[in-house]
Design a protein around this ligand. Structure first.
Ligand code: GN1
Ligand code: MG
Length: 364
């Protein structure tokens, strides 16, 4: 169980941030595997309060610097386009002269205004998934004139699949929890795909793939949709905004939202890519990008989906071997179940590769 928001926390937060009116109540948000998130309801409106996970994000000031710069840029773009700049991007509140507060126990807290809309952990409606894709595409497009190299890398080598692979090999060698024997089949599956791990990394290095500002965690539940129309309203969870490849943003979204099952579904017969959902996201993402995509990127979208799914399999398996130290789990074999699930999805993407490529081609 994640820690609850205590009365003490309420007092700390109320004295550190100016909410403009007293706190009436607090609810906990259970989505997300990294930070602890709470909804704080005040007389004048609601706020999202987060305790930043400083094990994952070792330099919170760099995370907040990225977020504030990027949201300012997006806000300006929305204003210029005559769109809803108030709800269209996150707005953080300062504590003194900083965008976070460190309490006496060393916890890092931050607060942003709550954006009212729908947030889904899963969906079966291609139109909603189209809108999610469009929102993430627009986000990339709005930042296409932002100097990606000026951003911090909040988690170094976050989507460096080669380094993720090497970390897995180290975890296998160390076998800190004597779990490697149980994972032989999964390890073999990943080892057979070692070469695929370098596709995006090399593309960025040799310039065949452009370096862009990426969101880097494009799960369906990281976008708020308009409650009435289903249209994209606000891209959230901006901790991992950093320089990278658009293929990671596309691939991560598809592996999560186009899968027929949740990321931790144990019954692998339920885990496969729904082609109608893949098509909806592709169409939306490309519409949102509005031409801000190169031929090389577009042709590699399916490969991006395969690699990101493989990367998550690698990360979940590494965490299982290391004793579940990174992702929040329900205990037991949760991370191994997630890794098996992602491996099944890689297999299915490989099986349906030609079909998925034909879908992408329809929209180019
Ligand atoms: C984490 O926090 P959340 O649930 O949005 C993780 C992502 C993974 C995802 C898997 C900072 O995202 O990279 O894809 O879990 N975020 C971080 O569900 O590691
Ligand atoms: Mg999230």
């Amino acid at each position: 169980m994640p820690p609850r928001f205590t009365d003490m926390d309420t007092k700390k937060i109320a004295s550190a941030f100016d909410f403009g009116s007293p706190i009436l109540s607090v609810d906990e948000c259970l989505l997300g595997h990294i930070n602890n998130t709470f909804f704080v309801h005040c007389q004048n409106g609601s706020y999202v309060v987060q305790k930043i996970n400083t094990v994952a994000f070792k330099k919170p000031h760099e995370v907040m610097s990225n977020i504030v710069r990027v949201t300012d840029h997006v806000r300006e773009k929305l204003r210029m386009a005559g769109r809803d700049a108030k709800n269209g991007t996150l707005e953080f509140i300062k504590s003194g002269d900083r965008y976070f507060h460190v309490d006496d126990e060393g916890n890092h807290w931050r607060v942003c205004r709550f954006v009212d809309g729908s947030c889904f952990d899963s969906c079966d409606d291609p139109l909603l998934f189209y809108h999610a894709g469009k929102a993430f595409g627009e986000f990339t497009s709005q930042l296409s004139d932002f100097d990606a190299t000026s951003l911090f890398e909040p988690i170094p080598d976050f989507h460096d699949t080669v380094k993720r692979y090497e970390a897995l090999e180290r975890a296998i060698q160390k076998d800190a929890c004597q779990r490697a024997a149980e994972c032989e089949a999964e390890i073999a599956f990943i080892r057979e795909r070692k070469d695929a791990c370098s596709f995006i990394v090399k593309g960025l290095e040799n310039g065949t793939l452009p370096l862009r500002v990426t969101h880097s965690d494009t799960k369906l539940n990281n976008v708020i949709l308009n409650k009435e129309t289903g249209e994209g309203l606000c891209v959230i969870d901006l901790d991992t905004v950093m320089p990278g490849s658009l293929l990671c943003d596309f691939g991560d979204a598809v592996r999560y939202g186009a899968s027929a099952a949740a990321e931790d579904e144990e019954d692998l017969s339920k885990v496969f890519i729904r082609t109608d959902m893949f098509e909806a996201y592709t169409k939306g993402f490309l519409a949102g990008l509005n031409g801000n995509i190169t031929r090389a990127e577009a042709e590699a979208l399916t490969e991006g989906a395969r690699i990101l799914t493989l990367e998550l399999a690698i990360r979940f398996l590494t965490d299982y071997l290391e004793g579940d130290v990174y992702f929040r789990t329900k205990g037991g074999k949760h991370n191994l179940i997630r890794a098996r699930n992602q491996i099944k999805l890689v297999e299915d993407i490989e099986k349906q590769y030609e079909t998925l490529q034909a879908i992408v081609k329809k929209y180019l």
